[in-house]
Write a protein that binds this ligand. Structure first.
Ligand code: PAF
Length: 279
């Protein structure tokens, strides 16, 4: 496994591999790696060369404190990745933003709902870094977790709109035994916080039970509210039902796919999750 901290370095390694006709799979991350990231790395193994990028992207944080406190564990991450991927790209801030880019990406309705509503500017930052990584690394495939469903859909849109010759692969959310979706942010929770956070997925399953037994979206929403209001230490930011293009649903409206998406705070840590009710 080779580590690169500069754009030039990773680019020439990529070009060398491409010259030999090898396919490149990219797993973009912000580090503090866990089993969820490793599942993306495993999925990428169908490519000849697997590259993991590690960069805590300041442009996608909407809160200074959140950025400052985001877990950074480069040495541990490299130890975890050893033998599992081929190249790691861990650039410094100047390498990525030294030229102070001013371009911004507007994802229209898709970017302004759910996460976009509560974290204005977040997806602009995600779009910018992902587009940069795509141009630096020139992958054939890129892998994203479906825990960040909106991010995944938005990156697919980005690839389509900007004609990137890249296939985006969405990978199933990996969960703790308790059902808690794996996230680097879980590291900031106490043991008690983890127990509370695990109720998030339990609540989504309770919604699914109602949905499967034919309840309306309105009733499913009430069912969720009733369940979550009993959980001390859990503060729901939003719970929405959404169609395949993440249009918010108040009734079934002929939607092909339906997911329930949630954002919640536990011990001041913001967590998101989702569950397909119909796929
Ligand atoms: O999902 C993440 O970890 C980040 O949003 C990403 C895609 C690596 C961009 O910084």
């Amino acid at each position: 496994m080779q580590l690169f901290d500069s754009t030039e370095g990773i680019r020439s390694a990529v070009l060398e591999n491409k010259k030999q006709g090898k396919t490149i799979g990219l797993v973009p991350t912000m580090g503090a790696l866990h089993e969820g990231h490793l599942s993306l790395v495993r999925a990428a193994r169908t490519c000849d060369v697997v590259i993991v990028s590690i960069f805590v992207n300041p442009r996608q944080f909407t809160n200074e404190r959140d950025l400052k406190e985001y877990p950074r564990k480069l040495d541990g991450d490299l130890a975890i990745l050893k033998g599992k991927c081929d190249l790691v790209f861990a650039p410094g801030i100047n390498d990525i933003y030294g030229n102070s880019p001013v371009s911004s990406l507007d994802f229209g309705d898709l970017g302004s709902r759910l996460e976009g509503e509560f974290r204005p500017g977040h997806f602009n930052g995600v779009g910018l870094i992902v587009a940069k990584l795509f141009n630096i690394i020139l992958p054939d495939y890129a892998y994203f977790g479906l825990k960040d469903l909106q991010q995944y859909l938005l990156i697919k849109q980005l690839v389509k709109d900007l004609s990137f010759p890249i296939k985006i692969i969405g990978c199933t959310t990996i969960r703790e035994e308790s059902g808690l979706a794996m996230s680097s942010r879980n590291l900031k929770l106490s043991e008690k916080g983890i127990a509370v956070a695990s109720k998030i997925f339990e609540g989504l399953n309770i919604v699914k039970e109602g949905f499967d037994s034919g309840e309306s979206i309105d009733n499913c929403r009430k069912r969720a509210a009733k369940y979550y209001e009993r959980i001390n230490g859990l503060e729901i930011e939003y719970l929405e039902f959404a169609s395949e293009d993440l249009t918010i649903l108040n009734d079934l409206n002929g939607a092909k796919e339906i997911s329930v998406c949630i954002a919640a705070y536990v011990e001041g840590v913001r967590l998101i999750d989702n569950l397909y009710l119909r796929q």
